[in-house]
Design a protein. Structure first.
Length: 230
């Protein structure tokens, strides 16, 4: 069994579900009382989002790579970023890393294909919805990815940064999020990608009317596979 290193804190509200999902997922696979050895390197979601939004990708890669180096020093044999936005520099991080990294984007792409979706709507931070790093691998696999634009995109980015990352869930934000999903359905979306690991906080209390692909849970399953892969 391999030791996992997780870049967490991006943000804290999703790091806890990551931890619980991973340790309980491994325990269920083992079939007896057991929790795996793992190390979490907590970094700041606000630094990650600010650097990604400003296009300072070299600085972002340096910031995240330093965290991965500390995980390697702690004896980790496989690692992952517990956030979607940081994956804008995933392949540069993999190039620098001495241990394998497990991609949330690739795991999500595979989940979409297995479930037969063709026109998913991607929701997340502004860089995730705006930039190509998440959409391009899905498009290469034949998926047509929809995203909101303009004011709706900026609004969701604000809610993630100023509410969800701080553990705040407002009823009016849940309602507007549901309307955003309904608009996606009207434009032909056949599924919703929760492309920020805090978005389940908005989605869990409302019927969105479309199938949901929760990138956090998809990633957790891939990480349990990586831990158990001998």
């Amino acid at each position: 069994m391999r030791k996992l290193g997780l870049i967490g804190g991006c943000g804290p509200e999703s790091t806890v579900p990551y931890y619980l999902g991973i340790v309980n997922g491994v325990r269920e696979r083992v079939g007896q009382p057991f929790f795996p050895n793992m190390t979490i390197e907590s970094l700041s979601c606000f630094d990650v989002m600010a650097l990604a939004d400003a296009g300072r990708l070299d600085d972002l890669a340096d910031y995240l790579a330093a965290g991965i180096d500390r995980l390697v020093a702690a004896g980790c044999e496989v690692a992952a970023l517990g956030c979607n936005t940081g994956h804008v520099v995933f392949y540069e991080l993999q190039r620098r890393s001495s241990i394998p990294l497990v991609s949330i984007v690739e795991a999500t792409r595979d989940e979409l294909l297995v479930r037969g979706f063709r026109r998913p709507m991607l929701l997340g931070t502004v860089p995730t919805m705006r930039d190509a790093y998440f959409k391009a691998p899905l498009a290469k696999a034949g998926l047509q990815v929809l995203t909101p634009g303009g004011e709706a995109r900026e609004w969701l980015g604000h809610v993630i940064a100023d509410e969800l990352e701080l553990g705040i869930v407002r009823d009016q934000s849940v309602e507007r999020f549901a309307r955003m999903v309904a608009d996606g359905a009207e434009h032909g979306a056949d599924a919703i990608i929760l492309g920020c690991t805090e978005l389940p906080m908005l989605a869990q209390s409302v019927d969105l009317g479309l199938p949901v692909v929760d990138t956090l849970q998809v990633h957790v399953r891939s990480l349990v596979d990586a831990i158990m892969d001998e």
